[in-house]
Every structure is written in C-alpha cells, then in structure tokens.
Design a protein around this ligand. Sequence first.
Ligand SMILES: NC(=O)c1ccc[n+]([C@@H]2O[C@H](COP(=O)([O-])OP(=O)(O)OC[C@H]3O[C@@H](n4cnc5c(N)ncnc54)[C@H](OP(=O)(O)O)[C@@H]3O)[C@@H](O)[C@H]2O)c1
Length: 342
Amino acid sequence: MTGSDLTPTTAGRRDPTTGTAGSAGTAGTVRTADGAGTTGPSMLGRVCLVTGAAGGMGAAIATSLARSGATVVLVARDRAGGEAVARAITTATGNTRVEVLIGDLSDQSAVRRLAAEFTAAHRELHVLVNNAGAHFRVRSVSADGIEMHLAVNHLAPFLLTNLLLGALQAGAPSRIVNIGSASMSDTRQVKITRTARPVVLDLDDLQSRHHFAPMEVYARSKLQLLMCGYAFARRLAGSGVTVNTVHPGLTATSVVDAIAAPALAPLLPLVKRLLLTAEEGARAAVHLATSPWLEKTTGRYFLRQVQARSPEFTYDTALQDQLFDTSARLVGLPTPVPHLTR
Ligand SMILES: NC(=O)c1ccc[n+]([C@@H]2O[C@H](COP(=O)([O-])OP(=O)(O)OC[C@H]3O[C@@H](n4cnc5c(N)ncnc54)[C@H](OP(=O)(O)O)[C@@H]3O)[C@@H](O)[C@H]2O)c1
C-alpha cells in the first residue's frame, strides 16, 4: 500500500474538549489497512518523531500517527525491537513511511547522533513526541556521569529538542509534546494520608547526590521537563512551534512495574487491569500532536485531554530560566542557547 491509499476525508467535527468547531480540511477520517480508521485529523505529509517507540505508549502513539498518514520516525534503544514495531505498524496501518533510529537516550553522544541522523534525512519536523522515560529504584549515573532520571527523563528530551529546533522551525506550524507525569504534584504511591506530597525542586542538588528517593527523583525529572517546556514555549512564541506537556493517565505499561513498590508486586496484575491500556494512554499525546484546535496552544500542561494547573512554583519564569540554563550547561550547550531568546 502507498501513501495515496491513506485517504483523508474532511468530515466537519467539534473539538471534544472545548466544543469549538475545527477548520475544514484538517479534521477528518483516514482509512487504513487494518480498517480501524481514525476519527483524527489527517497527518499526510507530516513528519513525526516519537522516542521510546518500541513499546508501551510510545508504540501506540506511533501507530496512531502512522494510521493518520504521517511519516513516523521511531526512536528505540534496541534495533531488533524497533524494527519489529516498525513492521507491525506498517502491517496494521498500511503506512510504509515508518523509519527507525537507534540510540540510548541516557547517553548525550547518542542523542546528538540521533538528531544528526534525523536532520540528514529530513529537512522538516512537524511533531516531536518526547515520550521515552524510565524509573530507577537505586541511584545510578549515565555514561556522562548524570543521575539516570535526570539524564533520560529531562536532559535527553531537552537536548533532543534543542538539536531539532531548526527542523521544527522549518516545519512550522509544528509541535513538541512532552510526556510528563502527575506524580510531580503528589509523589505518594499509596495515598493514605490526606495531604499530597508535591515535588521540591532543589537546584543545588539536581543530581540527587544528597537525597535519593526514587519516586521523588522520577517526579522531579518530569517537573524539570515541564518547566523547561514552559521556558521553551516562551522562547519560541510566535515561531509557529508549540510546546505542551501532558500526563497521559495511569497506564498499564512496564514503567508501572518499575515504579510500584516491591510489596505491591503480587497485586500488580490486578491493579494493571484497572489502568488505561497503552492505546488509551496514547490518546492524550496524539490529541496534542494532531488536533487542529490546538495548533496555537502552547506552554500548557494537560491532564489527559484537559488543560490543568501544574504546581504554582513551576510558573515562576525566573526559576524556569535558571533551570533552563543549568540544563543547557549539563548537556554542553552554550547559554543563552543560540537562536532562543527569552
Ligand atoms: N504508564 C503510566 O502510567 C505513565 C504515567 C505518567 C507518565 N508516563 C510516562 O509515559 C512515558 C511512556 O512510558 P510507558 O508508560 O509507555 O512505559 P514503558 O513501556 O516503560 O515505555 C518507556 C519507553 O521509554 C524507553 N526508554 C527508557 N529508557 C530509555 C533510554 N535510556 N534510551 C532510549 N529509550 C528509553 C523504553 O525503551 P525500551 O523499550 O528499550 O525499554 C520504552 O520504549 C514515559 O515517559 C513515562 O514516564 C507513564
């Protein structure tokens, strides 16, 4: 099947979250090989890059974007796994424009290589989904000597975003979708007390050398991703590149196994049956990546498909800028980052 078999139709629709009408020609249905079709907008001619795409929500996001007709570039750690998912996506959707880039995102040299490989093959990028994420029970450091949550969940997307800004600006209107986590507002795993325990941002201990509590450090890395997302949005205002962060909802994927306290392990199969499936979890990111009604929405946080407030201190622009500059230094970018003014 070729791209021309992914036929968009242009049925007029209303945004399910706001009730506002969308512009004709963008919203529509794409018919695909598996007959699943989608009621989302056509993404024909758009190039989308999804990290952590070899499983879980990332694979579901990539499948959905491919089903909408996009060229999809999967970033995976493992070649065999990445290529197997690419074949499965093509079989399911009929879309042959599915590419794979391989790299361990904890390693900044791999992030630089991935970005270079992408830009060598594509002049424009329309959607960047920073989805890859991980949880570590014990403190460990990356090849660059960076604490692993910080390396994978915040600095990797921060560096990748910076390196792909030229392609995103060339492809404008374009979108960056960061997969955050509501754990930043409450790091408790078992909510038996009434008071939420939000993340504390200690700029003097970003590497968690003095205090390492796994759930807090995971949540803090997601908070950093969100705050730098706000800072990117300010710096990119008017450029046609939007940046939003989304908590996808509690979803039954491997990260849940990694996060759950060992004592909860026997209950996990049961608990996971109550959570969203990977496809359901993927919907919020796909909505942010494709909805015509969100083309200009930027610098926002979403709980699934609904705009929400992140912890109040995350809106402190001076703190965002301080974190942005510190992050730039940790990935070896000059500050201020060239081409990004405040
Ligand atoms: N599930 C939830 O309830 C939930 C809630 C809030 C936020 N999230 C976030 O949603 C995102 C997707 O997670 P998921 O739920 O789909 O869990 P998942 O199945 O564990 O997916 C995580 C993905 O990230 C990739 N990844 C991890 N470390 C990497 C590294 N060093 N280099 C390259 N890729 C790496 C994994 O690759 P491998 O396949 O090679 O391991 C995997 O594809 C994550 O950012 C997670 O933090 C999940």
